[in-house]
Design a binder for this molecule. Structure first.
Ligand SMILES: NC(=O)c1ccc[n+]([C@@H]2O[C@H](COP(=O)([O-])OP(=O)(O)OC[C@H]3O[C@@H](n4cnc5c(N)ncnc54)[C@H](OP(=O)(O)O)[C@@H]3O)[C@@H](O)[C@H]2O)c1
Length: 358
């Protein structure tokens, strides 16, 4: 943890704003005269150095109606920066911090991460460990808390258990590998072969290339020993197959945890269409005496828990958790950053350098 000189506070700031529903290129406007937000008790003002994108940003932008999404609003949720006004909280001006503005807080305050100065409750900040840069640190909160809450909250992961992380090269999946290994579990993971090395360097014990054969077929033919206690789908699969056939490779009291199936709403019958979502719903509801799956199906919905972010920060400080950065974009090139994350091929976090002097 370290303290740096307190940045000057300008009259107004530059910020990206979501002004209407649509693709990022249609929704986002770069404004140069946005007011610096006034603080309420318990809130801290932070100069943002770097912000990380998450899929929820573009998904909400492109689907949620303007009235529900309270537009205009500043996008994105994760950042690292420097405290400018600690406002009587436990922080001090000049502290280097990591912050998380989850969706409900963003809707309440209009604040986000793609802005030069943002405010948030002190409970949503932790001190940045000195062994990581702001570019790395900004990618921790949302993906990290999701993986932590899935494995520890939904999955009740114990040392010695066996976990399959579907999508080990995704931001959430990589966090899940690091966290499961730090907690003493065995980890099997999937990605395309180009990402095998990064999954293994995160600690994965075994690797499966999902592009070679459907995963459920792979595991039916090569059942893991022991069977999985937890399957964590960090890809948000709509296809029910990995869950449907899991009696062959999961323990009966296992838990299948999804990050939330995301159907392609334009393709009803396609491989990621709404019909697959209905089929997944049928599999979840079908009782085991009618041939249904023994393991429980659960969905993680990330919420900010201060102790979870503090635990993740500590793992980073101890070198047990690394935030892998896929790519870094300038503050004025945010649309390029959205293009990258929307490919679903990023390996780690897509980061925006908000402070050009970083
Ligand atoms: N419910 C919640 O609270 C919550 C919270 C966070 C995220 N999410 C959701 O979780 C998902 C992951 O988020 P993220 O930020 O981690 O995404 P991300 O980093 O953008 O994911 C990209 C990665 O996913 C991998 N991938 C894509 N399709 C795959 C497949 N079929 N099998 C294995 N790997 C695959 C890609 O690897 P390859 O190039 O090798 O395919 C790439 O490395 C998103 O759908 C997001 O919306 C939900």
């Amino acid at each position: 943890m370290s303290t740096v000189p307190v940045p000057d506070l300008p009259e107004t700031q530059r910020a990206w704003r979501v002004v209407k529903r649509g693709k990022p290129s249609e929704s986002l406007v770069f404004q140069t005269d946005v007011a610096i937000p006034p603080l309420s008790p318990g809130e801290v003002l932070v100069k943002v150095q770097a912000a990380a994108l998450n899929p929820v940003g573009w998904k909400v932008m492109s689907t949620a109606p303007d009235i529900l999404a309270r537009r205009p609003i500043t996008p994105e949720h994760d950042f690292a920066g420097v405290v400018v006004d600690a406002n009587g909280t436990e922080f001090s001006a000049g502290d280097e911090v990591i912050g998380f503005i989850p969706v409900p807080l963003q809707l309440k305050t209009g604040q986000g991460a793609l802005t030069e100065f943002t405010k948030l409750p002190a409970t949503h900040l932790v001190l940045k460990p000195s062994n990581v840069s702001a570019i790395e640190a900004c990618g921790l909160p949302l993906a990290g808390e999701t993986a932590f809450q899935a494995l520890v909250g939904n999955g009740k992961l114990q040392a010695g258990q066996s976990v399959f992380v579907n999508g080990g090269s995704s931001a959430v999946g990589m966090n899940a590998i690091y966290i499961a290994k730090a907690l003493g579990a065995k980890v099997v993971t999937s990605a395309s072969s180009r990402n095998e090395e990064i999954c293994r360097s995160a600690g994965a014990d075994e690797f499966v290339d999902y592009t070679k054969k459907p995963l459920h077929e792979h595991f039916v033919e090569n059942p893991p020993s022991p069977k999985f206690d937890i399957i964590f789908d960090a890809v948000a699969l709509v296809d029910p197959a990995l869950y449907k056939y899991s009696n062959a490779y999961m323990k009966p009291k296992g838990v299948f945890i999804s990050t939330g199936p995301w159907p392609n709403l334009k393709s009803w019958g396609g491989s990621s269409g709404v019909s697959k979502l209905l089929s997944l719903g049928c599999e979840i509801l079908r009782p085991s005496f009618l041939g249904g799956v023994d393991a429980k199906w659960a969905m993680v919905g990330v919420s900010h828990e201060p102790q979870d972010l503090a635990k993740l920060r500590d793992l980073v400080a101890e070198g047990k958790l690394k935030v892998v950065v896929d790519s870094v974009y300038g503050f004025e090139d945010v649309l390029g950053a959205y293009e990258r994350i929307m490919t679903s091929r990023a390996t780690g976090k897509v980061v925006v350098k908000v402070d050009g002097n970083l």
